[in-house]
Design a protein around this ligand. Sequence first.
Ligand SMILES: Cc1cc2nc3c(=O)[nH]c(=O)nc-3n(C[C@H](O)[C@H](O)[C@H](O)COP(=O)(O)OP(=O)(O)OC[C@H]3O[C@@H](n4cnc5c(N)ncnc54)[C@H](O)[C@@H]3O)c2cc1C
Length: 499
Amino acid sequence: MDSGGDKSNRQLKQAICYSNIASRRSASPSVIVIGGGFAGISAARALHDASFQVTVLESRNRIGGRVRTDYSFGFPVDLGASWLHGVCKENPLAPVIGRLGLPLYRTSGDNSVLYDHDLESYALFDMDGNQVPQELVSQVGKIFETILEETNKVRDEVIEDMSIRQAISIVFERNPKLRLEGLPYKVLQWYLCRMEGWFAADAETISLKCWDKACIFYLYAVFIINTTLYIPYMFFLVEQEELLPGGHGLMVRGYLPVINTLAKGLDIRLGHRATKINRRKNGVKVTIENGTTFFADAAVIAVPLGVLKSNLITFEPRLPQWKEEAIADLGVGVENKIILHFDRVFWPNVEFLGVVAETSYGCSYFLNLHKATGYPVLVYMPAGQLAKDIEKLSDAAAANFAFIHLKKILPDASAPMVRPDRLGKGFSLKRIFFIRTKTGEATSTDHPGSVHGAYHTGQMAAEDCRMRVLERYGELDLFHPVMGGEDTPASVPLLISRV
Ligand SMILES: Cc1cc2nc3c(=O)[nH]c(=O)nc-3n(C[C@H](O)[C@H](O)[C@H](O)COP(=O)(O)OP(=O)(O)OC[C@H]3O[C@@H](n4cnc5c(N)ncnc54)[C@H](O)[C@@H]3O)c2cc1C
């Protein structure tokens, strides 16, 4: 499908490519998948299995995108996604994970006030290292739920949307007893901090109208530059995804085995950054950074939303106005991970450690990987503005920042053997039905911002692409449906446990 960088060679090869496309009608149709994250690899796998000739163009020197398992510590640590949200057979990733026999560690059941954690195994501290009584944490958790319920009343009263932060202020004005003071107030801020962590956004940018509903909302402009996204400016939107049942499970061995399995046998070109996509009568031409061109019958675009927003890829002809507007209106959030590897475990045997503070910005959260994996690792996970601020630091300074917070609660903490790693979280939180051959977590209506959402959109894009090619070229007998065909292997139950 590709041709050389030299211009005259290109023209010659272009002619050959097009004649190939014409003569290939008796052979399999071809597809270029742009982006080798979960969505792109999922689409490529499905199309490959449906007898398409598939080429994946991935700009980096690895596949996975925001899924990246690091082995440099001598054991797997996910620097990007690490949870399977929705441990149930309805999860589109369940059949793959189940068949691979990958273990999951349960961190919560359904309906946890902390989303992906139960309040069963935690330790919260104040800035002086005093542990917050568990009873107080539970009590404040109930108050937090009451406050959120009260914000529903505010929502019903107002026409214009507002941020969840504003709505909470109104609730406090109306119900001064919910305001809390002293330590309970700080614990409340911690709950807010976890809510912000779930959305990878500050309470000022989370929509009152939409945070727990499927809808679209335009909020404030934010400035984000992170390792995954190169976005100068955007509007933040929030849509609540549909939460799958079954609670949340950590991928104990990391996500890499899953994506590697899906990628097996695919033609993946690493270091191939697409810069231009020309849609033509007889197919698609994709140009990459060094001028090399690729031709195929169709293209599936599975790059992050931020890449589209920053116009790093030119479309010819231009995308329809409504698609451009949808891309412009979508927003992303930021979440980082800083991995702290110690020579021994000196912290309590709980699933997470939290630090309460006067503001949600000042609170922190450490995931105890030792509980799930047996390795002496804490993962510091800032989100929203804090994550953006930390991204401005050097890696060493960021690791030190996390360690200073840890020291506040555990003064005897030994220095970590750190190699900090950070991966920005590109999070689109808006419903998006457009670009039929565009895929990626951002296009998931029900599960945006998740691996299973990305996987599912890849499957949908592949099916859509397959149908379009079939409609156009009429080779119905060549393929079986990408999704849900009779050949779908019997599902294997997911292996989930909790200690
Ligand atoms: C820190 C962090 C924690 C997270 N935690 C979880 C979690 O626990 N559970 C969960 O379900 N989800 C989690 N997520 C979200 C999840 O990782 C993403 O929703 C999902 O991986 C997105 O997949 P994608 O394929 O849509 O995009 P991406 O993974 O971003 O893939 C897009 C790919 O396109 C490539 N690309 C970009 N531009 C070009 C170009 N011009 N040409 C060619 N290739 C290009 C990129 O290099 C990348 O490989 C987390 C994300 C982060 C960052």
